[in-house]
Ligand binder design. Structure first.
Ligand code: G4P
Length: 511
């Protein structure tokens, strides 16, 4: 049986229109009834927790969530799980991890701006994992670049075959509609606001001056090839306007038709498929204090195989003994809902008190371990200085908690007392200080540290021991006790790598 689940994320540079498109997709799916609700929900959520004030002040979205909606296609119901990724570049680590939990992605590009830095970064992560991508060139209702230019840029910068599935008839003030290559239908702007009101014309006359361009677009690019798309070698390209609702229905149909159902996931040498004989999944995100009055955490599990039933016992790899999952949560668009069953591809929120960690595998038999969920070498390292020395224990607890959540990474140097926190972006440090004070009542300051980056040391125990002995001033342990080389510069890393060929100095750690 082929699965009717489509688990995907939207990747884009801030302002390209991800939020607007998300709203429209949810509307298409009939999951929420009012446009604007994604943002409103965000505001309501923000008010719940002090540290989220940072979001408000900076006008960015730090938290991510899961939205599930359904839509009928000729009698078949497809369930879409849309994983929201924080747009701000400082939160790339969280975003990267979320991308390990999806089977495909939509890449939203602003028609006037083309590929922007954050788009490129996220695309690279997708490529690492061969995540197939559908491209949506947004804002064609505004003056944009020439469509050919955008397509060629995608092809060149991302080294991908592009296959346009639609074409904008004019842009901005001259925008006359969208031609769907698959159906030959044209959607036109209607009414005072020039929105798409749902009417498509067959045999619509294409204005003379666009005929040649459209012919070129049809023959000048590779034909759509499902296998090439699913391998991550080709991207079908849709044009549209999230704001005016152009192209959104075509896009959602494309996800239903082309995007892969839940893919097998790597567990060491093995690939675990959806029909593996037990329920398995992995935690890709932990979010604490959704409700500040409760010290609860929600661990987000991407289900890989089996049919999950409420109350089922699953063993987290980090714990070794089973837990009963009594109140799993499916994140429907309007609200949190208690789930009775879930299928591969679904995301389940599991409330817990810190037992579940990012990277944990959950399974019935505790026999497999999913691999490939990376930690990234931090680019900013700071020493944590306590203002009140009696709070050492609280600080340690807080740092361990927050690193479990993936907010920061923490390193404990073998020499010297103070802990070092590492992040990939400055904003994470603001979040750290704010949460330390608000949630743990710990007043701390961050000071410069002598280190520029960190590398996980891999190799035989003997080689690691020898290295540790001679480099004590540069050695720390991470939260799991793994050996880390604290480097003063990138050069330092290269130097040590050359000097110690029997060791590997790794910029990522797979859990
Ligand atoms: P993001 O989540 O990717 O950061 O982008 P978001 O959807 O918030 O959109 C960024 C801005 O672009 C918003 O305008 C939004 O209305 C606008 N936008 C999104 N899609 C389209 C489109 O198809 N056409 C046009 N013309 N504009 C679009 P804003 O003024 O910054 O915010 P707002 O006050 O409208 O919310």
């Amino acid at each position: 049986m082929t699965s009717n689940r489509r688990t995907f994320a939207i990747i884009s540079h801030p302002d390209a229109g991800k939020t607007t498109l998300t709203e429209k997709l949810l509307l298409q799916g009939g999951a929420i009834h009012l446009a604007g609700q994604v943002k409103a929900r965000g505001d309501a959520r923000r008010a719940r927790s002090d540290w989220m004030k940072i979001e408000q002040q900076r006008g960015i979205s730090v938290t991510s969530s899961v939205m599930t909606f359904e839509k009928d296609f000729d009698g078949e119901t497809i369930t879409f799980n849309l994983l929201d990724t924080p747009g701000h570049e400082d939160f790339s680590e969280d975003t990267y991890r979320t991308l390990t939990a999806v089977d495909s992605a939509i890449m939203v590009i602003d028609a006037a701006k083309g590929i922007e830095p954050q788009t490129l970064k996220l695309f690279e992560v997708c490529r690492l994992r061969s995540v197939p991508i559908i491209t949506f060139v947004n804002k064609v209702d505004r003056e944009g670049r020439d469509a050919f230019e955008t397509l060629d840029e995608v092809a060149d910068k991302l080294a991908l075959d592009v296959s346009p599935q639609m074409w904008p008839i004019g842009m901005g003030g001259l925008f006359e509609g969208l031609l769907d290559f698959r159906t030959g239908l044209v959607a036109r702007p209607e009414g005072g606001s020039k929105e798409f009101l749902g009417k498509r014309e067959a045999d619509a006359a294409i204005p003379e001056n666009y005929a040649e361009e459209i012919e070129l677009a049809k023959v000048g690019y590779p034909e759509f090839d499902l296998e090439a798309y699913r391998n991550g070698d080709l991207t079908p390209v849709y044009f549209g306007s999230a704001l005016k609702n152009f192209g959104v229905e075509e896009l959602i149909t494309a996800i239903a038709d082309f995007a892969p159902p839940p893919r097998p996931q790597p567990a060491g040498e093995e690939l675990i498929d959806t029909d593996h004989g037990e329920v398995t999944g992995f935690i890709f995100k932990v979010q604490a204090n959704m409700d500040p009055n409760h010290r609860d955490r929600i661990a987000f599990m991407r289900q890989v195989s089996g049919t999950f039933k409420r109350g089922m016992k699953l063993t987290p790899s980090g714990l070794g003994k089973p837990i009963a999952v009594h109140s799993p949560i499916l994140f429907f668009a309007q609200d949190r809902e208690i789930a009775d069953t879930a299928e591969p591809g679904d995301i389940i929120g599991i409330p817990n008190h810190g037992t579940l960690r990012v990277g944990d595998t959950l399974s019935e038999t505790n026999k497999i371990r999913f691999t490939g969920l990376p930690n990234f070498a931090p680019e900013i390292l700071r020493r944590v200085q306590l203002k009140d020395p009696t709070k050492t224990k609280q600080l340690r607890k807080a740092l361990d908690d927050l690193s479990e959540e993936g907010v920061i990474q923490v390193f404990y140097p073998v020499i010297g007392g103070s802990s070092i926190v590492g992040v990939v972006g400055q904003l994470q440090l603001d979040v750290l200080i704010s949460r330390l004070s608000a949630e743990y009542k710990v007043d701390a300051a961050l000071e410069a540290s002598p280190f520029a980056t960190a590398r996980w040391i891999k190799g035989s125990d003997a080689a690691k021991d020898a290295f540790e002995k001679f480099n004590q001033g540069n050695i720390a342990h991470d939260r799991d006790g793994d050996l880390v080389f604290m480097a003063k510069s990138a050069w330092d890393v290269g130097y040590q790598q050359e000097k110690n060929p029997e060791l590997t100095f790794s910029a990522t750690k797979e859990r």
